[in-house]
Design a protein around this ligand. Structure first.
Ligand code: SF4
Ligand code: SF4
Length: 443
């Protein structure tokens, strides 16, 4: 480990020492709820982080494993009366774990090198992979492999991962959205639209729907085709320097002073995008602009509530909808009422509240890939509550949650539609028809 630099020792000590050990966060923590082990709780994790910051503990493998067992769902932040900034602690703790090298292995280095340092640093590479996957799916190779029983010869984990592979869209965002979309009627705002990374491949239809809804609500929408990842994947997985590099690229591409808002429709991305100033603190060329950037980034629900959403025509069919809250939308960004208001504004929608709507579904970035057991338990719990609503549609504002619940419904053979709230609104503006493109579905 580099002896001169430690992410936790260098962190502002007022953040490190803020926890007063009251334990009020414990009942809201999914990992503590599952194990009842103090180390798996926010309080336990913060104590470990503080021990490292105080120089009483080295970053060991146990510490690193614990940081990766944490979902990063931030439910503890909502519960905490002392205002502990767990999000900041968590990112620095994972960076500390990576820097210590205690988890290093050749296999892990190859996977991280390929994904974090190569694939997600240049989205043209990700699109290339998307094209290959699309061919694999559309030429019937995936279906053939599944039917032929070949997959059954593979290790169980590989079979599980293959079953979770999402359908790559027929068209990516650049095929569906013009670089400039004029406001449908009178232009009142000029906004930038962030198309995301995986979102662009798997939910380009949601991006298109978002742009349509924005235009319908008086926004001119700027959507460049060659965008960059927001860097949340990097920041949440200990790659601090790569996350900073991506933040600078985004600020350069979307100078915040040129837009009324910079729009994201992914709860996980938005939570990270709103903290570029912290990420770039001390960077003379970017820190000031990053503050303006943070102020301009808006989740789509938040922005529509701010500007006042236009009521769609009353032509939609009746449907029972429930709403699952993305952790980073509700705990990370404190956006809870706006999506519900938006859904209630759609003619024909009856919104039924979901029990534990703000309890993590197990998706948590790539947690469902790295911690399948815990993620599976959380998904089962979520599906049980969804079933009890007897809904036809689950609405949720984050691509990871959308996919996780689609997979949960598939596993249970539940004919459920899972959709972003903005898609339901776009459909209502179109006169009640379903989305124009093939969407991820459990059916
Ligand atoms: S982020 Fe979520 S899993 Fe991690 S300590 Fe907080 S509540 Fe628990
Ligand atoms: S993180 Fe907050 S709620 Fe949890 S023990 Fe510390 S002060 Fe209490």
């Amino acid at each position: 480990m580099n002896a001169t630099h430690s992410h936790l020792k260098d962190l502002d000590y007022s953040v490190v020492q803020q926890c007063m050990h009251c334990g009020l966060c414990l009942p809201t923590c999914p990992t503590y709820d599952a194990t009842k082990i103090e180390r798996n709780s926010p309080r336990g994790r913060i104590a470990l982080m503080r021990s490292i910051a105080d120089g009483k503990l080295e970053a060991t493998k146990t510490f690193a494993d614990e940081m990766y067992f944490c979902l990063g769902c931030l439910a503890c932040m909502t519960a905490c009366p002392a205002g502990v900034n767990y999000a900041e602690l968590f990112e620095h703790a994972r960076a500390e774990a990576e820097q210590s090298g205690v988890l290093d292995s050749p296999k892990r280095s190859v996977i991280r090198g390929f994904t974090l340092r190569w694939l997600f640093m240049d989205l043209s590479r990700l699109q290339l992979v998307g094209h290959v996957m699309r061919l694999y799916q559309q030429l019937g190779l995936q279906a053939f492999l599944r039917r032929s029983g070949v997959m059954k010869l593979m290790p169980k984990r590989l079979q599980e991962l293959e079953a979770m592979t999402p359908t790559v869209q027929d068209k990516f965002s650049s095929d569906l959205i013009d670089p400039i979309t004029p406001a449908t009627d009178v232009k009142k705002h000029r906004v930038a639209m962030l198309i995301g990374c995986a979102q662009d491949l798997i939910f380009s239809d949601v991006n298109r729907d978002t742009v349509e809804v924005l235009a319908e609500n008086g926004c001119e929408v700027v959507t460049p085709h060659d965008q960059h990842c927001c860097g949340s994947l990097h920041a949440h997985n200990g790659e601090w320097e790569l996350a900073q590099r991506l933040a600078r690229k985004n600020i350069d591409q979307f100078p915040p002073e040129q837009f009324d808002a910079i729009i994201t429709n992914a709860g996980g991305c938005g939570s990270h995008l709103k903290h570029y100033a912290k990420l770039l603190a001390g960077d003379a060329a970017y820190e000031k602009r990053a503050h303006e950037w943070d102020h301009k980034v808006k989740d789509i629900h938040e922005w529509l509530a701010q500007i006042g959403v236009k009521t769609p025509p009353a032509t939609g069919s009746a449907k029972v909808v429930t709403y699952h809250e993305s952790c980073h939308l509700c705990h990370g960004q404190k956006i809870t009422n706006q999506p519900r208001q938006l859904l209630k504004a759609i003619p024909g929608v009856t919104l039924v509240e979901l029990f534990e709507a703000n309890w993590c579904c197990g998706s948590a970035g790539i947690y469902n890939l790295t911690q399948p057991e815990m993620a599976g338990e959380l998904l089962d719990r979520k599906m049980k509550h969804i079933r009890s609503t007897k809904c036809e549609v689950v609405a949720t504002g984050n691509p990871g949650c959308l996919l996780q619940i689609v997979n949960g419904a598939k596993k249970e053979g539940l004919p459920l539609r899972v959709a972003h709230p903005v898609t339901l609104l776009a459909e209502a503006y179109r006169g009640g028809g379903n989305s124009k493109d093939k969407a991820q579905s459990s059916k």
